[in-house]
Design a protein around this ligand. Structure first.
Ligand code: F6R
Length: 369
């Protein structure tokens, strides 16, 4: 049932191109417009939405953090992202014009369920992004957009995460389409890019051997740091979470701009630091700032592991290890940048003799608050 792989996690990492393609299937037409008929919230109600709040836990929360960039950019609706376990305890401001998006692979996470119940009690509309048909979270929501990752068995979430991103992009683009923002042309172009992104994920998977080798060489380390900016920041958080869960290592993700406000004090000789470099196009200011960050930490002894787009030559002199990913539109980069981090964590876990599919102390579905 592991399809020839040693672990479910490896199988599920390999299934990501298909999971991504399946999640897009039937939702995008040839002209680049979206048909999300299954989202049974009337377009009129979607036009009234004046705030989006995403609630989720763990990896799904990281998908939500990325969704915020897409939603705010393509719809101009303010979007908050909150850990489901914190949400209802802060007396959040919700009303009938609030769209709450609850993201959950299992559909059974109690923290997320309690958050959405609270939101509905306050009159908000809830859209679930979920991978499990008929589970509790979609049943209790006003609408659901299913991710089509197929069953995810390994405790550490991989293909579900990529499909959550796809679903969130679809929601953001659909909201933009329904509301007719000024980004119409860009939305159509991104929809077309999304249709090709599964091939990019496949391409990343084909080039992972050096990442596995690098992971094995770091098996005796205690700490790995992850840096990113913009959508690369949640990718850094996700890379760190995977490493904690699987390799039981101290791993932390930081927004690269925060380095100078504290974390740079952690940098010491030969400390592995993974840096997710934004696309050099579009957000070029951020790109240049991250390149300076790489120089700064390297000058202080860090071993830099740089994830950068093909063709980005500026990083070459400062990368002790360079991991290439295909160039994508700025907001879609997490779909390709996360994959090497999953492979990295899985291989490190194996090298440390850990149980990859069943990490200690964790359960696949957390049905207690
Ligand atoms: C991380 C992981 C967890 C889950 C979290 C939410 O690899 O698996 O952090 O993402 O427990 O679970 P769902 O998505 O089922 O609500």
């Amino acid at each position: 049932e592991k399809g020839g792989y040693d672990y479910f996690m490896l199988k599920e990492i390999a299934e990501q191109p298909k999971a991504v393609a399946d999640t897009l299937l039937g939702r995008v037409d040839a002209s680049g417009s979206l048909t999300l008929d299954e989202v049974r919230i009337a377009p009129g109600a979607l036009r009234e939405v004046d705030k989006v709040v995403v609630v989720a836990c763990g990896t799904a929360f990281h998908a939500g953090l990325i969704a915020k960039y897409a939603i705010e950019h393509w719809t101009r609706i303010p979007c908050e992202v909150e850990l489901a376990s914190e949400f209802r305890y802060r007396d959040p401001i919700l009303d009938a014009q609030t769209l709450v998006i609850a993201i959950s692979q299992s559909g059974e996470t109690m923290d997320t369920l309690m958050a959405l119940r609270h939101a509905r009690e306050q009159g908000a509309k809830v859209l679930a992004v979920c991978n499990t048909n008929g589970s509790t979270i979609p049943r209790e929501s006003d609408a659901v957009l299913y991710t089509h990752a197929g069953p995810e068995v390994a405790v550490a979430s991989t293909k579900a995460f990529l499909t959550q991103l796809v679903a969130c992009y679809l929601v953001a683009l659909y909201l933009g389409q329904v509301r007719g923002t000024k980004w119409g042309d860009e939305i159509r172009a991104v929809v077309r890019d999304l249709s090709r992104i599964a091939e990019d994920v496949e391409q990343v998977l084909e080039t992972m051997e050096p990442v596995r080798e690098l992971a094995r060489s770091l098996a005796s380390k205690n700490t790995v740091l992850f840096l990113g900016r913009h959508v690369g920041y949640p990718v850094a958080l996700e890379g760190a979470l995977k490493l904690k869960e699987l390799a039981y290592m101290h791993a932390e993700g930081f927004a690269a701009g925060e380095l100078k406000h504290g974390p740079i004090a952690l940098i010491e000789e030969d400390l592995p630091v993974v840096v997710v470099v934004p696309s050099p196009k579009g957000r070029s200011v951020l790109h240049d700032k991250i390149v300076s960050n790489i120089q700064e930490i390297r000058a202080r002894g860090a071993r830099t592991i740089v994830i950068a787009e093909e063709g980005d030559e500026t990083v070459v002199p400062y990368a002790d290890h360079l991991i290439r990913i295909p160039a994508t539109p700025v907001l879609l980069q997490p779909l390709v940048a996360t994959v090497p981090l999953q492979v990295f964590a899985c291989e490190l876990a194996t090298a440390r003799g850990n149980e990859v599919d069943q990490p200690r102390n964790l359960a696949k579905s957390v049905t207690v608050e």
